[in-house]
Write a protein that binds this ligand. Structure first.
Ligand code: SAH
Ligand code: SF4
Length: 342
């Protein structure tokens, strides 16, 4: 049993089954989610026998950091973690002006098989539990707390497809959202999906305040299917239809992600087609020059081609940002996470 897999009522039941008063559960919850205590002996406000019981019955050490890498500019830190079953995942902290953004994983590997993505290239091993997702956030919350700093944003853009692990991902978000716990606002989360249409519909119907990003990368179905096998099941038309339903149901803006690959999906004609596809949809496009991975030949677009791509989109009414590449020297960029001890 992992401590962060428990919700408050489960924890309360366990603590009372040990003959402890109910307020002990609240003390433990506060210790975990407000003080970021990570081991039973840090809970000095609890009686010694309860601390020992906790240590004996519940696993507190969910993630063991095995490697910490800082980018040369000191703004990005990637941590490789070992899970209780010795599998490995990665999570990245990016500092940018006042932002402290965490990019966390939802699966070990990924089943979606996007050709240009290091996680896709490694295949799928397993889902993460809600507690394993939460533990990544609390690890960095504790790390930043020691510097009098806080996490400001969490993006579910690390290893894995969050909508393939829907329930555990939403449970993790809800638990981190708890006002009596970590109290992290839903609007400060962003979920990124490769385009699992039924999950987008479900997400839309739940009307959450969480931001949604959709990895598009191509407008033509043949090209998109060759890059992202998920497109064979849910094609571009079905995907955009679900996105329109999402915007209608929630009134929230969607982000479309586009990894710019030289000569593949970065021409002005493709930008024009993209603008036509997205016409009238409350959205913007986040374009990012492709990050290198060992299993894919494609190269990043040049700055000039990226600027033209953006210009064409904007002339056609679609806002576009070219994202700066972060943490490339430590393989912490988008699509570079593969839990290798490089
Ligand atoms: N599975 C989800 C979230 C994790 S991937 C998804 O695919 O959306 C996070 C983002 O990185 C996605 O937009 C993905 O398409 C992008 N990405 C993957 N490989 C990349 C690469 N080599 N260079 C740039 N972006 C990449
Ligand atoms: Fe999975 Fe996202 Fe990588 Fe595609 S881009 S393989 S969906 S992690």
């Amino acid at each position: 049993m992992l401590i962060y897999d428990l919700d408050f009522s489960e924890l309360t039941n366990i603590v009372s089954s040990w003959g402890q008063p109910a307020f002990r559960a609240r003390q433990i919850w506060t210790g975990l989610y407000k003080n970021f205590w990570a081991a039973p002996d840090e809970f000095t406000n609890l009686p010694k026998e309860l601390r020992e019981k906790l240590a004996a019955e519940i696993r507190f050490e969910v993630l063991t950091p095995t490697l910490k890498l800082d980018s040369s500019d000191g703004q990005t830190r990637k941590t490789l973690f070992k899970l209780p079953d010795d599998r490995q995942i990665e999570a990245v902290l990016m500092r940018y002006e006042n932002r402290r953004t965490l990019c966390i994983s939802t699966q070990v590997g990924c089943a979606m098989g996007c050709t240009f993505c290091a996680t896709g290239q490694m295949g799928f091993t397993r889902h993460l539990s809600s507690g394993e997702i939460i533990a990544q956030v609390l690890y960095y919350a504790r790390f930043l707390h020691a510097e009098n700093d806080v996490v400001t944003n969490v993006v579910l853009m690390g290893m894995g497809e969050p909508f393939h692990n829907y329930d555990n991902t939403m449970t993790a978000i809800d638990r981190l959202n708890d006002p009596q716990g970590y109290n992290f606002g839903a609007r400060r989360f962003t979920i990124s999906t490769s385009g699992l249409v039924p999950a987008i519909r479900q997400f839309a119907s739940e009307k959450r305040q969480v931001n949604l990003a959709v990895s598009l990368h191509a407008v033509e179905n043949t090209l998109r299917s060759s890059m992202m096998p998920v497109n064979k099941k849910y094609d571009v038309e079905a995907l955009i239809e679900a996105c329109r339903e999402y915007v209608e149901a929630t009134g929230r803006r969607i982000t479309f992600e586009w990894a710019l690959i030289n000569g593949v999906n970065d021409t002005p004609e493709q930008a024009k087609k993209l603008a036509i596809l997205l016409k009238g949809l409350l959205c913007h496009v986040n374009a990012i020059p492709l990050n290198p991975t060992t299993g894919y030949e494609g190269k990043a677009t040049t700055r000039e081609r990226a600027d033209i791509f953006k210009q064409v989109l904007e002339q056609n009414g679609i806002p576009c940002t070219i994202r700066i590449r972060r943490g490339i020297d430590i393989q912490a960029g988008c699509g570079q996470l593969a839990a290798r001890a490089t």
